[in-house]
Design a protein around this ligand. Sequence first.
Ligand SMILES: Cc1cc2nc3c(=O)[nH]c(=O)nc-3n(C[C@H](O)[C@H](O)[C@H](O)COP(=O)(O)O)c2cc1C
Length: 430
Amino acid sequence: MGASVMENYDYTNKTMLAPMVRVGTLPLRLMALEYGADLVYTPEVVDKGIVGAERVVNEDNGTIDYNVKGVSVFRTHPSEKDRLVFQIGSANADLALEAALTVAQDVSTIDLNCGCPKRFSVHGGMGAALMEEPEKLCGILRKLVQHSGLPVTCKIRIFEDREKTLNLVRMIEATGIKALAVHCRYRDERPREPGHWDRFQEIVEAVKIPVIANGDVMEYGDIARVQKLSGVTGVMIARGAQSNVSVFRKEGPLVHLHIVKEYIRKCMITRNLHSNTKYVLMQMFGDNTKSSHYRPLCDAKSFRAICKVFDMEPELDAWTAKQAENGFPTDLDYIPRRIQNSAQGSEKKKAAVGDASVETPAKRKIDQVVENENTNNAKGDEESAPKPAKQVKISSDGSSSQPTPADTPKPDAENDKSEVAVEPTVAESS
Ligand SMILES: Cc1cc2nc3c(=O)[nH]c(=O)nc-3n(C[C@H](O)[C@H](O)[C@H](O)COP(=O)(O)O)c2cc1C
């Protein structure tokens, strides 16, 4: 394997799009880079979820899919390669390495997620569970450092116990990783609880590698604030970018509607799966439920319907015509087989117990499953509990309807049922 372009990469003074399950898919990553992020992280992909994936290049737009059983679990584009950090969830050094080698030719850094406190992660010994098993954590990192051929980084949370945290970061540094991202919350702390910016400085002083600060950096001005306070150089943004990805612009954020439309355009040209597109758009709106676009967006069942909400059907028509003219795929409403199977499975199950709802047309059932996936995944990102960035200015586009709580998919960190661990979000290449 050739030397990575990031081998000598300087991780200092960089701003980064944080890893975000379902949210940080290709369209948002491309936008973050355009608006000034230096690096972008993929959502966490669990090692087993990518090992053995087939790499397919899509002729029409040059995107690259990693497909498992015909379903894309990771989509990238060569334009992001030299700034793309691929985050792995793992509790096994061999599997982590296999996962890293699977995608190595299309990414620039491998990151190990050691901060995720979700049940699925910690039960599997992954994420924050690794922080309690530093030998295992460091074993995985060493293997990746020695054999992946790529620079390796790691993302942790902090312990309440300062010494324990400092011992851990020193051990992690000794594995040879290039940078350490620190989410300044304890394992059980929720996003709504303020992060501990006061803890960065001692970590910066304990190690020589660059420390990347993460947690409550919600607007561009926060980058300098956290740097000044703690001496961290790299800064990583999650929810601030989820609400308005132009948070990376030093000139200030762009208006919300502009970002939304630009996001839909990116989804079109990268052929992002419409359920993921809708999910991310819902997160962008956050609590801005009074927007006249919000209710129609909740009801949108297809990419075309999403475009209609934002008066973008003519753009979709033009794109579709061009794709068709060149013999390229036009379907943005593709439903992954996994979801179809799950819908069909639940129908069969209901038939077996004589459920009257079996008469519901299959298509509606599938729509429901897609919707449930979105809703459950919204619930699921514990680290996230997506809320609008409280300090990022989002200009509203007017107001009218207010969805009832019952039909409004709302994230609920406390009821974390989702265990999404791969990026089942983009359409199968065809
Ligand atoms: C929607 C969402 C999904 C997330 N998924 C991941 C993930 O895949 N891997 C990870 O290490 N952290 C994940 N996180 C946590 C963020 O990367 C970050 O550590 C946390 O949100 C704190 O940063 P913030 O205050 O800028 O939001 C996620 C957060 C959000 C909002």
